[in-house]
Design a protein around this ligand. Structure first.
Ligand code: C2E
Ligand code: CA
Ligand code: CA
Ligand code: CA
Length: 274
């Protein structure tokens, strides 16, 4: 009979094999996804903290793979980053989102923000700025402002180059938002060196507000205050409860996004509900 260590090894090697097969499959499937038009976009509203005034929408990528079924972006984006496919996929997202929004904006009577997630892998790719310029030139931006959300956990490597690219994006009139703040390494003092318009506080921090402990609740307060001192506005992501809304309102958070208001919406749902 096999001893427990042998069993464990067997378990892990089977498990790992599966992972590897899965990744190869996913890479293959990702390569086909663009060609076969398996990607589509959804849009999640962001509101002023009064909960009434719409600020704009965050674009979220969706994938129904013919081979793998529905795959979450939390799974396939890292794979796209590893394989370099993020370059093409990311370009598709920017162009498609702008196209869609050029059609959608006529349903709104004020200038909204269209916020797109950009991987640091894209950002450090040579030619990225040109790519963005080309898309804006050919598609145009009809009555909305573009914002790029960049996740802080990937920020630290190659920081000088990244910051340089961010300044150039700002020159193109694009807002810069630091995404998932609180989950990575960036400290508040980092923020001074990055040309930021928006800080997005990660859901894991917003979840703490539901906590009974005052100490944990208060974690978000200095983030908001420091950001404001530096002229940076704050978006809370993953707001799910009225209590969170009230707490964030009391502490002057600027904008809110979350299931309390809307899940990510299709274009048809947007046209229906606004
Ligand atoms: P993220 O940028 O932090 O996006 C927010 C995620 O939280 C989205 O998940 C959204 O559907 C979800 N969410 C929003 N409000 C709530 C809430 O109140 N409660 C809960 N439980 N969840 C909420 P999604 O769409 O699955 O995206 C996951 C991640 O995948 C995103 O996290 C982002 O990092 C990445 N991603 C999505 N689309 C793109 C894209 O086009 N490009 C890149 N580079 N990354 C993307
Ligand atoms: Ca309009
Ligand atoms: Ca985001
Ligand atoms: Ca997040």
């Amino acid at each position: 009979a096999k001893n427990s260590i042998e069993k464990e090894i067997e378990f892990f090697s089977k498990h790992m094999e599966k992972e590897v097969v899965m990744n190869v499959q996913m890479e293959d499937a990702l390569k086909k996804a663009l060609k076969n038009q398996e990607f589509f976009l959804m849009f999640q509203p962001q509101y002023k903290t009064d909960g009434k005034h719409l600020r704009g929408f965050e674009v979220l990528l969706r994938w129904h793979s013919s081979e793998l079924g529905t795959v979450s972006p939390a799974k396939f984006i890292p794979e796209a980053e590893k394989t370099g496919l993020i370059k093409e996929i990311g370009e598709w997202v920017i162009r498609k989102a702008i196209k869609r929004f050029n059609d959608l904006e006529k349903y709104f009577d004020k200038k909204l923000v269209l916020s797109i997630n950009i991987s640091v892998v894209q950002l450090t790719e040579p030619g990225f700025l040109e790519q963005v310029k080309d898309i804006i030139d050919s598609e145009g931006l009809n009555g909305f402002r573009l914002e790029f959300e960049i996740t802080e956990s990937h920020f630290i490597s190659d920081q000088e180059h990244v910051i340089d690219v961010l300044y150039k994006l700002k020159d193109l009139g694009i807002n810069i938002a630091l995404d998932d703040f609180g989950t990575g390494y960036a400290s508040l003092s980092h923020l001074q060196h990055i040309p930021l318009d928006i800080l997005k506080i990660d859901k894991s921090f917003i979840d703490l507000i539901a906590n009974n402990s005052n100490k944990e609740k208060m974690m978000v307060v200095p983030l908001i205050e420091m950001s404001h001192q530096w002229g940076i506005e704050v978006v809370a992501e993953g707001v799910e409860t009225i209590d969170q809304l009230h707490y964030l309102e009391d502490h002057n958070c600027d904008y809110l996004q979350g299931f309390l208001f809307n899940k990510p919406l299709t274009e048809a749902q947007i046209i229906e509900s606004f």
